[in-house]
Write a protein that binds this ligand. Structure first.
Ligand code: SAM
Length: 250
């Protein structure tokens, strides 16, 4: 069984996992413009295969992409090359990173912060973000809600057929005590010759309560400017994801 995202990297895009950040990118661009971050330097934290980072670079931002997974970064690097844009890719942990130069915004998309399983880890990430932002800089991130991890995923099994050559099984189990959903993700990828290769990874996501996320942000010195669903509309009790825009005070 491989480390998180190390094997999945190869099929991350093919499985449709880049859709969310590609759909979010125009909204993020709008937020950056609305808050005056144009032009500017942006860091996409936990950038995965780099899709959002590449879109931001194509719009004229100077971009750094950070991820802990070497293989996700390898995919990102080749996407940046294919798109003909320059992005600086760094392998680092969200809980403990420093940037070569301060940035005007940090983005972190598609529930990457749910992978930080303790409040201390989340607080460390927020402090690193605060440190690397210029005064007035923005932090835009989304997270899965506790309702999604506890109820929508809950303790369940599902099978998803992406196409004739790729399918997944997801076995989720939610531990209410620690608010963590453990997902055993198994992918079967058809190889040349017709046999399937199995990829298996275990992913853990914590459903941090929204109010705690807000107060950890504020404790790190970041002012929460907007918090809602992905369209920044008011959150409902069954909302599956929230989006937060925080700012380092000027
Ligand atoms: C669901 S993917 C999201 C990737 C990308 N942001 C996107 O929208 O497609 C989660 C990413 O978080 C990264 N990640 C998980 N824990 C991390 C950590 N502690 N530090 C940095 N990256 C981390 C994983 O390697 C993976 O690329």
């Amino acid at each position: 069984m491989g480390g998180m995202y190390e094997e999945l990297a190869e099929i991350y895009e093919r499985a449709g996992f880049t859709r969310f950040s590609r759909e979010m990118a125009p909204r993020v661009l709008e937020l950056l413009r609305r808050f005056g971050v144009k032009p500017g330097r942006v860091c996409d934290l936990a950038c995965g295969t780099g899709d959002a980072a590449v879109i931001l670079a194509q719009q004229g931002y100077e971009v750094l992409g950070i991820d802990v997974s070497a293989r996700m970064l390898a995919q990102a690097r080749s996407k940046g090359g294919e798109a003909g844009v320059h992005v600086q890719w760094l392998q680092a942990d969200a809980r403990d990173f420093v940037l070569p130069r301060p940035v005007d915004a940090v983005t972190c998309m598609y529930d990457a912060l749910n992978y930080l399983l303790t409040e201390e880890d989340l607080a460390s990430a927020f402090r690193c973000v605060h440190t690397c932002l210029n005064p007035g800089g923005l932090f835009i991130f989304d997270m899965n809600t506790r309702a999604k991890l506890a109820q929508e995923w809950g303790t369940s099994e599902r099978i998803e057929e992406v196409d004739d050559d790729l399918f997944f099984t997801w076995q989720s189990s939610y531990d209410h005590e620690v608010e963590v959903n453990t997902v055993v993700l198994t992918a079967f990828v058809r190889q040349a010759g017709g046999l399937y290769r199995r990829i298996r990874e275990v992913h853990r996501e914590r459903g941090h309560p929204v109010a705690r996320v807000r107060s950890l942000c504020e404790a790190a010195g970041l002012e929460v400017r907007a918090l809602g669903d992905v369209d920044l509309q008011p959150l409902q009790s069954d909302s599956e994801r929230f989006l937060c825009v925080a700012q380092r005070p000027r």
